[in-house]
Write a protein that binds this ligand. Structure first.
Ligand code: PAF
Length: 293
């Protein structure tokens, strides 16, 4: 099996993609921070199915971590990541240094759209500025036709969607469903931090989302009651602190007066020293149509 070409240098990455594109190769890009799991690999798989060649970036981006967050202890699993990408027949792995992505004096930042303001934006104030900035930089260095992101980071998907629209970026986006363990836990690089006991408590997030979705499908339309139900499930599971439980419009993330066609419930909660997020789109009209049909 051919190993992916590993590139650390920005110019080399750019030239590789541009020269290959000139020959008609359609590139798919999967930006990651490494510590790869099956969620990332499902994005790679989707890229392989859609494109002729796949580039994966591995870069733990410092500008999206706030003071006191887990930048220093964020899992770095280079050998295992490379082995997984080789198995998935990735063509190019781009792993730049911090100094090459952010040389001295590199202070320009992307201000994300209003969709970034609340939820994660409230608890991690500069997070989406850092995400939008690095994603734009990666799009520039690796000018692929198509990029793939996981809906596990739902708000991030909307931030990237708006950036591509607002800055007229010539790239097509795909947002892929969250991959879960059999018991519902959403795959996340941060799950590695969880002890066995914490992992059990972490199941509260997916259970809370499932309970709210089930209640919505039974006819509950009041966002506050659905949020209260999810909060109760989280508390019963023994999570340590809840940052938010929010039912929002799935496109804009604005609060809802009543559960409408496409809503999303988003949760952020702390289990031990680990902060976890999860979400679930709740589509009552579609489910009602399905149950009638
Ligand atoms: O989702 C992630 O892993 C990161 O936020 C991303 C998109 C790779 C930017 O650093």
């Amino acid at each position: 099996m051919p190993s992916p070409t590993v590139v650390h240098d920005l110019d080399q990455a750019y030239l590789t993609i541009m020269q290959s594109r000139a020959q008609g190769t359609k590139w798919g890009l999967v930006p990651t921070m490494g510590a790869l799991h099956d969620g990332h690999l499902s994005l790679v798989q989707a890229a392989r199915e859609t494109c002729d060649a796949v580039a994966v970036t591995i870069f733990v981006n410092p500008t999206q971590f706030g003071p006191g967050e887990d930048l220093d202890r964020y899992p770095r699993t280079w050998e295992a990541d490379l082995a997984a990408l080789e198995q998935h027949q990735v063509d190019l792995v781009f792993a730049p240094t911090i100094e090459s992505m952010y040389p001295p004096g590199c202070t320009t930042r992307v201000r994300p759209s209003d969709v970034a303001a609340d939820l994660e934006g409230r608890f991690r104030p500069d997070h989406f500025e850092g995400v939008a900035t690095i994603v734009l930089k990666l799009f520039q260095v690796l000018p692929a036709e198509h990029a793939f992101f996981g809906q596990k980071d739902y708000q991030q998907c909307l931030v990237v969607r708006d950036m591509v629209r607002d800055l007229n970026l010539p790239i097509h986006l795909s947002f892929r469903p969250t991959v879960r363990e059999a018991d519902g836990l959403a795959l996340s690089s941060r799950n590695r931090y969880l002890s066995d006991v914490d992992r059990q408590r972490a199941l509260g997030l997916s259970r809370a989302l499932a309970a709210a979705a089930a209640r919505a499908h039974q006819g509950e339309r009041d966002p506050q009651r659905l949020e209260a139900l999810a909060t109760q499930v989280l508390e019963d599971a023994g999570v340590d602190r809840i940052d938010y439980v929010a039912l929002r419009d799935a496109d804009t993330l604005v609060p809802l007066k009543e559960l409408a066609d496409r809503a999303v419930m988003l949760i952020a909660a702390h289990v031990g020293a680990t902060r976890l997020i999860d979400n679930r789109v709740i589509s009552v009209v579609a489910s009602e149509a399905a149950s009638q049909g």
